[in-house]
Design a protein around this ligand. Structure first.
Ligand code: PEP
Ligand code: MN
Length: 352
């Protein structure tokens, strides 16, 4: 809309969009109102919209994830979790804790140490996605209660995975951030149900998802009126048949600057699942922050040999302290450099 468009003119456009069965997504900024369209835009005549009073322009955004593209939301989006602001040039945020919540005592013990090490958000899984039905599946609601209690006792906001849309209400009641895991990245009912809570969503990339697919599913969060998205690169499957890797997954750090360029949302990296190896978490944490990640998710256990899941990738609390220290130094060094985390660098000759 034109900067001086009247409320009535904005309403007319909204009415026009609704009249052809589409849903408007309205952003009222200080300077002007921008209206996005959710649904099949072929149903609407862009020339007609352009000719309406108060309309500045009607643009077709070419990428499939138009509501989260930089062309639609040019400025970096900040996501607030408790008192913490994530995104843009804010200091990196650290989410840390065990893979699985095993008991109140275990979570409290580890939580106190990760807080002391500098972590901001406490993580812990209560509904675990497991390949084998014989493995520990998580404590379910009991685990959520421990998470909420420990979060409160340590004054730390929390994040936990939501595995099924049946549990949305229950998980949202107990946790500050809802995590959608890699295996559920394609689960559109779950994404939509989680988005509708309005809570921040830590949306992990599927390990076989192309970035365009990943963002098309993230688009569903905004299409359900929730802009509190934290994207999360957590490693992909190495390509090629018979490719034998020394790591569980390959942390795709190319994705970090690509996601920052394509969308305005904060990007978190998960070097724990991305490598599957405790000894690689520190070097890949440094690299993730250097590539522009706004934060890290790190699995921590004080007795990794006894962990009920993902012990091989859990770092000790004292390792977390080192990881946070060096990651903050990397962030500071890059922020002080000439073009900190720039998404404006040219693509080179001939490439649009
Ligand atoms: C986790 O965070 O514990 C987890 C299962 O992550 P992912 O979905 O990335 O495998
Ligand atoms: Mn895990």
């Amino acid at each position: 809309m034109k900067p001086k468009a009247s409320k009535e003119q904005v309403s007319e456009v909204i009415h026009k969009i609704k009249s052809v069965g589409l849903t408007p997504d309205v952003s009222s900024g200080e300077y002007q109102t921008v209206i996005g369209i959710v649904g099949d835009e072929k149903k609407i005549d862009f020339e007609q919209i352009k000719s309406m009073d108060g309309v500045l322009d009607a643009i077709r955004i070419q990428v499939p994830y138009r509501l989260i593209s930089r062309s639609y939301i040019p400025k970096d989006v900040l996501v607030k979790v408790g008192d913490i602001t994530i995104g843009k040039d804010n200091p990196p945020v650290y989410m840390a804790g065990p893979c699985s919540i095993e008991s109140y005592e275990q979570l409290y013990r580890i939580g106190r140490e990760v807080k002391e090490a500098g972590a901001h958000i406490l993580r812990g899984g209560a509904f675990k996605p497991r390949t084998s039905v014989h493995s520990f599946q998580g404590l379910g609601e009991e685990g959520l209660k421990h998470l909420q209690a420990v979060g409160k006792d340590l004054s730390m906001p929390t994040v936990t995975e939501i595995r099924s849309e049946i549990d949305v209400e229950m998980v949202a009641k107990h946790s500050d951030v809802l995590q959608i895991g890699a295996r559920n990245m394609f689960n559109q009912d779950l994404i939509e149900a989680a988005a509708k809570t309005g809570k921040p969503i830590l949306f992990k990339r599927g390990f076989s998802a192309q970035i365009d697919e990943y963002l098309s599913f993230a688009e569903r969060i905004v299409a359900n009126q929730n802009r509190n998205i934290l994207l999360c690169e957590r490693g992909i499957m190495p390509l090629g048949g018979g490719f034998k890797s020394q790591t569980r997954f390959t942390l795709d750090l190319n994705a970090v600057p690509v996601l920052r360029k394509e969308t305005p949302f904060p990007v978190i990296a998960d070097p724990s699942h991305g490598t599957g190896r405790r000894d690689l978490v520190l070097p890949m944490s440094r690299a993730a922050i250097a590539s522009g990640a706004h934060g890290l998710m790190i699995e921590v256990h004080d007795r990794p040999q006894d962990a009920l899941s993902d012990g091989a990738q859990a770092v000790l609390p004292e390792d977390l302290k080192k990881i946070i220290k060096v990651s903050n130094l990397v962030h500071k060094a890059i922020r002080e450099s000439e073009s900190p985390f720039s998404s404006d660098v040219s693509n080179g000759s001939g490439r649009a």
